[in-house]
Unconditional design. Structure first.
Length: 245
Protein backbone atom coordinates (compact mmCIF):
# COMPACT_ATOMS: atom_id res chain seq x y z
CA UNK A 1 0.00 0.00 0.00
CA UNK A 2 1.10 3.54 -0.72
CA UNK A 3 -0.15 6.75 0.88
CA UNK A 4 -0.80 10.08 -0.81
CA UNK A 5 -1.00 13.31 1.19
CA UNK A 6 -2.73 16.10 -0.71
CA UNK A 7 -1.03 19.43 0.05
CA UNK A 8 -1.03 21.31 -3.25
CA UNK A 9 -3.58 24.01 -2.46
CA UNK A 10 -3.05 27.72 -1.88
CA UNK A 11 -5.52 28.14 1.02
CA UNK A 12 -6.75 31.61 0.08
CA UNK A 13 -9.36 31.57 2.86
CA UNK A 14 -6.48 31.61 5.34
CA UNK A 15 -4.61 34.55 3.81
CA UNK A 16 -2.44 36.28 4.97
CA UNK A 17 -1.31 33.26 7.05
CA UNK A 18 -0.88 31.17 3.91
CA UNK A 19 0.07 33.86 1.43
CA UNK A 20 3.72 32.76 1.45
CA UNK A 21 3.47 29.52 3.39
CA UNK A 22 1.63 26.26 2.67
CA UNK A 23 -1.25 25.47 4.99
CA UNK A 24 0.22 22.05 5.82
CA UNK A 25 3.26 23.78 7.34
CA UNK A 26 1.26 26.05 9.64
CA UNK A 27 1.89 25.13 13.26
CA UNK A 28 -0.66 23.60 15.59
CA UNK A 29 0.50 23.45 19.22
CA UNK A 30 3.98 24.30 17.95
CA UNK A 31 4.18 21.54 15.34
CA UNK A 32 3.51 21.68 11.57
CA UNK A 33 0.15 20.19 10.59
CA UNK A 34 1.87 17.86 8.12
CA UNK A 35 3.75 16.15 10.96
CA UNK A 36 0.47 15.14 12.59
CA UNK A 37 -0.66 13.64 9.29
CA UNK A 38 2.57 11.71 8.64
CA UNK A 39 2.57 10.42 12.22
CA UNK A 40 -0.75 8.67 11.49
CA UNK A 41 0.93 6.71 8.70
CA UNK A 42 4.33 5.81 10.14
CA UNK A 43 3.21 3.25 12.77
CA UNK A 44 0.84 1.29 10.51
CA UNK A 45 1.39 -2.46 10.24
CA UNK A 46 1.79 -3.74 7.59
CA UNK A 47 3.80 -0.62 6.83
CA UNK A 48 3.09 1.89 4.10
CA UNK A 49 5.61 1.26 1.30
CA UNK A 50 5.87 4.89 0.26
CA UNK A 51 4.31 8.22 1.19
CA UNK A 52 3.80 10.61 -1.71
CA UNK A 53 3.36 14.26 -0.74
CA UNK A 54 1.51 16.09 -3.51
CA UNK A 55 2.54 19.77 -3.49
CA UNK A 56 2.91 22.67 -5.92
CA UNK A 57 6.04 24.30 -7.32
CA UNK A 58 5.59 27.50 -5.35
CA UNK A 59 5.79 25.78 -1.98
CA UNK A 60 8.02 22.86 -2.94
CA UNK A 61 11.19 24.48 -1.47
CA UNK A 62 9.51 24.86 1.92
CA UNK A 63 8.43 21.22 1.90
CA UNK A 64 11.97 20.20 0.91
CA UNK A 65 13.33 22.17 3.85
CA UNK A 66 10.77 20.53 6.15
CA UNK A 67 11.68 17.06 4.88
CA UNK A 68 15.42 17.62 5.28
CA UNK A 69 14.84 18.40 8.96
CA UNK A 70 13.03 15.08 9.48
CA UNK A 71 14.17 11.46 9.56
CA UNK A 72 11.41 10.15 7.32
CA UNK A 73 12.95 7.86 4.71
CA UNK A 74 10.03 6.92 2.53
CA UNK A 75 8.48 10.28 1.59
CA UNK A 76 8.53 11.45 -2.01
CA UNK A 77 7.64 15.05 -2.92
CA UNK A 78 5.66 15.27 -6.15
CA UNK A 79 4.83 18.86 -7.19
CA UNK A 80 2.45 19.74 -9.97
CA UNK A 81 3.57 22.34 -12.48
CA UNK A 82 1.75 25.33 -11.00
CA UNK A 83 3.21 28.46 -9.46
CA UNK A 84 -0.21 30.12 -9.10
CA UNK A 85 -3.58 28.85 -7.94
CA UNK A 86 -5.26 29.36 -11.30
CA UNK A 87 -2.66 27.06 -12.91
CA UNK A 88 -2.87 24.14 -10.49
CA UNK A 89 -3.94 20.68 -11.60
CA UNK A 90 -6.46 20.18 -8.81
CA UNK A 91 -6.37 17.49 -6.12
CA UNK A 92 -8.23 14.85 -8.15
CA UNK A 93 -6.10 15.27 -11.26
CA UNK A 94 -2.90 15.31 -9.19
CA UNK A 95 -4.05 12.12 -7.48
CA UNK A 96 -4.85 10.49 -10.84
CA UNK A 97 -1.34 11.29 -12.08
CA UNK A 98 0.27 9.81 -8.98
CA UNK A 99 -1.87 6.69 -8.97
CA UNK A 100 -1.25 6.11 -12.69
CA UNK A 101 2.38 5.24 -11.86
CA UNK A 102 1.46 2.93 -8.97
CA UNK A 103 -1.93 1.52 -9.92
CA UNK A 104 -1.09 -2.04 -8.85
CA UNK A 105 -1.06 -1.04 -5.19
CA UNK A 106 -3.83 -0.14 -2.76
CA UNK A 107 -3.72 3.52 -1.80
CA UNK A 108 -4.71 5.55 1.25
CA UNK A 109 -5.26 9.27 0.75
CA UNK A 110 -5.21 12.00 3.40
CA UNK A 111 -5.58 15.75 3.16
CA UNK A 112 -2.51 17.58 4.38
CA UNK A 113 -4.67 19.97 6.40
CA UNK A 114 -6.86 17.50 8.32
CA UNK A 115 -6.25 16.84 12.01
CA UNK A 116 -7.85 13.97 13.88
CA UNK A 117 -7.13 11.95 17.00
CA UNK A 118 -8.13 8.47 15.78
CA UNK A 119 -5.44 6.13 14.53
CA UNK A 120 -5.90 4.54 11.11
CA UNK A 121 -5.68 0.89 12.12
CA UNK A 122 -9.43 0.31 12.41
CA UNK A 123 -10.10 2.33 9.27
CA UNK A 124 -7.72 0.14 7.26
CA UNK A 125 -9.08 -3.04 8.84
CA UNK A 126 -12.52 -1.97 7.61
CA UNK A 127 -11.03 -1.38 4.16
CA UNK A 128 -9.36 -4.80 4.12
CA UNK A 129 -12.66 -6.39 5.11
CA UNK A 130 -14.69 -4.62 2.40
CA UNK A 131 -12.05 -4.59 -0.37
CA UNK A 132 -13.85 -1.59 -1.82
CA UNK A 133 -13.40 2.20 -1.78
CA UNK A 134 -13.72 3.61 1.74
CA UNK A 135 -14.11 7.17 3.00
CA UNK A 136 -13.81 8.26 6.61
CA UNK A 137 -16.82 10.04 8.13
CA UNK A 138 -17.27 12.18 11.22
CA UNK A 139 -19.99 14.14 12.96
CA UNK A 140 -20.01 17.88 12.24
CA UNK A 141 -20.70 20.12 15.20
CA UNK A 142 -23.37 22.16 13.42
CA UNK A 143 -25.59 22.27 10.34
CA UNK A 144 -23.52 25.20 9.09
CA UNK A 145 -20.39 23.06 9.18
CA UNK A 146 -22.28 20.28 7.38
CA UNK A 147 -23.18 22.73 4.60
CA UNK A 148 -19.49 23.35 3.99
CA UNK A 149 -18.78 19.62 3.66
CA UNK A 150 -20.46 16.56 2.20
CA UNK A 151 -23.36 14.96 4.05
CA UNK A 152 -23.52 11.19 3.99
CA UNK A 153 -26.09 8.49 4.76
CA UNK A 154 -25.09 4.83 5.04
CA UNK A 155 -26.85 1.51 5.51
CA UNK A 156 -26.19 -1.03 8.28
CA UNK A 157 -23.16 -2.42 6.47
CA UNK A 158 -21.65 1.05 6.08
CA UNK A 159 -22.37 1.27 2.35
CA UNK A 160 -22.95 4.85 1.26
CA UNK A 161 -26.52 5.43 0.11
CA UNK A 162 -26.30 9.18 -0.40
CA UNK A 163 -23.35 11.55 -0.63
CA UNK A 164 -24.13 15.23 -1.22
CA UNK A 165 -21.28 17.68 -1.56
CA UNK A 166 -21.99 21.20 -0.20
CA UNK A 167 -25.71 20.58 0.53
CA UNK A 168 -27.99 23.61 0.79
CA UNK A 169 -30.21 21.90 3.36
CA UNK A 170 -28.25 19.17 5.19
CA UNK A 171 -30.31 16.13 6.15
CA UNK A 172 -27.65 14.95 8.58
CA UNK A 173 -24.50 16.16 10.32
CA UNK A 174 -22.58 13.00 9.36
CA UNK A 175 -20.07 14.27 6.82
CA UNK A 176 -17.24 12.96 4.70
CA UNK A 177 -13.57 13.49 5.53
CA UNK A 178 -10.73 13.67 3.04
CA UNK A 179 -9.42 10.32 4.25
CA UNK A 180 -9.87 7.57 1.67
CA UNK A 181 -8.67 4.06 0.95
CA UNK A 182 -8.91 2.69 -2.57
CA UNK A 183 -8.09 -0.78 -3.90
CA UNK A 184 -5.51 -1.22 -6.64
CA UNK A 185 -6.86 -0.21 -10.03
CA UNK A 186 -8.70 2.93 -8.88
CA UNK A 187 -6.80 4.86 -11.54
CA UNK A 188 -9.26 3.65 -14.17
CA UNK A 189 -12.18 5.22 -12.29
CA UNK A 190 -10.23 8.45 -11.71
CA UNK A 191 -9.55 8.73 -15.44
CA UNK A 192 -13.17 7.97 -16.29
CA UNK A 193 -14.34 10.65 -13.87
CA UNK A 194 -11.95 13.29 -15.24
CA UNK A 195 -12.85 12.46 -18.85
CA UNK A 196 -16.43 13.45 -18.00
CA UNK A 197 -15.19 16.97 -17.29
CA UNK A 198 -16.15 16.83 -13.62
CA UNK A 199 -14.44 18.81 -10.84
CA UNK A 200 -10.70 18.15 -10.76
CA UNK A 201 -10.15 19.96 -7.48
CA UNK A 202 -12.63 18.49 -4.98
CA UNK A 203 -11.99 14.88 -3.94
CA UNK A 204 -15.46 14.75 -2.40
CA UNK A 205 -16.96 15.24 -5.86
CA UNK A 206 -15.18 12.08 -6.98
CA UNK A 207 -16.75 10.12 -4.11
CA UNK A 208 -20.13 11.72 -4.88
CA UNK A 209 -19.83 10.31 -8.42
CA UNK A 210 -18.13 7.00 -7.54
CA UNK A 211 -20.72 5.76 -5.05
CA UNK A 212 -23.28 5.79 -7.89
CA UNK A 213 -21.02 3.58 -10.00
CA UNK A 214 -20.02 0.91 -7.46
CA UNK A 215 -20.23 0.15 -3.73
CA UNK A 216 -18.41 2.72 -1.59
CA UNK A 217 -18.36 2.44 2.20
CA UNK A 218 -18.07 4.91 5.04
CA UNK A 219 -16.10 4.40 8.25
CA UNK A 220 -17.15 6.66 11.13
CA UNK A 221 -14.25 8.11 13.09
CA UNK A 222 -14.57 7.91 16.85
CA UNK A 223 -13.73 11.58 17.37
CA UNK A 224 -13.99 14.94 15.67
CA UNK A 225 -11.87 15.98 12.69
CA UNK A 226 -10.55 19.50 12.11
CA UNK A 227 -10.54 20.48 8.44
CA UNK A 228 -8.34 23.58 8.66
CA UNK A 229 -10.14 25.72 6.12
CA UNK A 230 -10.79 28.96 7.98
CA UNK A 231 -8.98 31.08 10.59
CA UNK A 232 -11.64 30.09 13.13
CA UNK A 233 -11.03 26.36 12.62
CA UNK A 234 -7.28 26.91 12.69
CA UNK A 235 -7.57 28.67 16.05
CA UNK A 236 -9.95 26.01 17.41
CA UNK A 237 -7.60 23.18 16.43
CA UNK A 238 -4.61 24.97 17.92
CA UNK A 239 -6.51 25.49 21.16
CA UNK A 240 -7.55 21.82 21.31
CA UNK A 241 -4.10 20.38 20.64
CA UNK A 242 -2.41 22.90 22.95
CA UNK A 243 -4.60 21.98 25.92
CA UNK A 244 -2.96 20.13 28.84
CA UNK A 245 -3.21 16.36 28.41
Amino acid sequence: MIAVILAGGYAKRLWPLTLDRPKALLRIAGKPIIDYVVEKLVPLNPPINRIVLSTNLKFQPQFQEWLRARKYRNIELVPDSSLREEEKLGAVKALANIVARRDKEDVVILAGDNLFTDNLDSFLSFFNDKQAPITALYHARSREEARRGATVTVDESGRILEFIEKPTHPKTTLIGACIYAFPAGIGKKLREYLELGLSSDEPGRFIEWLHKQEPVYGYVLKDYLWDIGTPELYKAADKFFTRPS
